[in-house]
Ligand binder design. Sequence first.
Ligand SMILES: Cc1cc2nc3c(=O)[nH]c(=O)nc-3n(C[C@H](O)[C@H](O)[C@H](O)COP(=O)(O)OP(=O)(O)OC[C@H]3O[C@@H](n4cnc5c(N)ncnc54)[C@H](O)[C@@H]3O)c2cc1C
Length: 378
Amino acid sequence: MSDVIVIGGGLAGCATAFYLAADGVAVTLLERSDLNTFASGSNAGSLHAQIPHDPFVTKGEAWARVFSPTIGLLSRSIAMWRELPAVLGTDLEIGLKGGLLVAPDERQMRDIERKVVFERAEGLNVELLDRPALRRLAPYLADHIVGGAFCPDEGKANPFLIAPAFAAAARRLGVEIRRHTDVRGIERERGGFAVTTDKGVFRAGRVVNAAGAEAGRIASMLGIDLADVQGFPIQASATEQVGPLVPHLLYYTGEKLTLKQNGVGTLLIGGGWPARPGRHGVPIADPVSLARNLAVAVSVVPALAGVRVVRTWAAIVNGTDDWKPILGEMPGAPGFFVNFFPWMGFTAGPIAARIVASMVQGRTPPVDVDLTPFLPGH
Ligand SMILES: Cc1cc2nc3c(=O)[nH]c(=O)nc-3n(C[C@H](O)[C@H](O)[C@H](O)COP(=O)(O)OP(=O)(O)OC[C@H]3O[C@@H](n4cnc5c(N)ncnc54)[C@H](O)[C@@H]3O)c2cc1C
């Protein structure tokens, strides 16, 4: 019998299993499919630290005040990303050349300035750029872009690599990884939990729910309501490989866009455009979203007009309306922990896992961030 069962073999689950095992805890990880099959292996690979622009504009300053502590988690997670290739012994194709949020007009530039106030208050390094400064930094931008904000800490990494690297390192530390093992029920029993799967019953003293968009369903097996947790089908696209064009992680205030170029020259174009719900819960790419996403991308980086898109895919992102992470032990369910980081769980995967792994052991997480706002039920 393990000390801890981790449910979910995405980044959250694999990284939590690794940090627990590194502390000497016996762990079994249960994954209903294969590792890294869902959001963690299908995302756009951006490492974010800035407050996302879209919710800032739609929800305003009151929301930003509540969201702001999350900046500390994102920045510290990116600092961990820098160390992870050495820790895990794997090249994760990390590039940290900075993130650039750009605006097409002065009104949207004012929105950026209002947002930067919150970011700087949290200690994030963000530089406001006028048109000439922006041209010097990013000559690839379209003429209509008037300015932007540059955060040198941001960047990208390869989503195909990180969760498998955590899983491999966890296995080396003795974690038992059960793939194709679907959790169907959880019951409290003396000394812990009985987790029923299609491959039998697993028992442990503590359970970590790292099931991403399915975290609500897993919690409901214990009668716990994680009503905020949702899954949203979104899509992203990749181009053919071209020469160096966009060194930064690029965002746009005008419409949804994230854009970056990976090490082999592929440009990844996303920004959270909606996909369509497909059969059996598997989402499919929406051609209307694809056309709009590409039109926005070309309007911001005109050189993209000559680059071919070779792949568009859809996946379900784990989200909440308020964008707040849920990290820690469920009130009223001692021993049952949640590791859920909405919308930006790729960036935050390492820090969220480190935090939850510490909490599971009753230890203070090794981060100088007040974690109270992220506790379940808070
Ligand atoms: C298209 C797209 C683009 C994105 N872009 C970015 C980005 O650029 N930057 C960023 O920071 N974030 C991004 N995200 C968000 C990020 O990918 C997610 O927040 C993160 O990967 C969530 O990780 P997770 O491990 O919690 O969830 P998942 O990766 O979804 O893993 C959860 C796992 O739990 C398993 N599971 C569920 N139910 C059960 C069960 N009953 N039994 C056993 N196992 C179960 C699932 O099979 C799955 O493998 C993007 C997401 C998408 C979809």
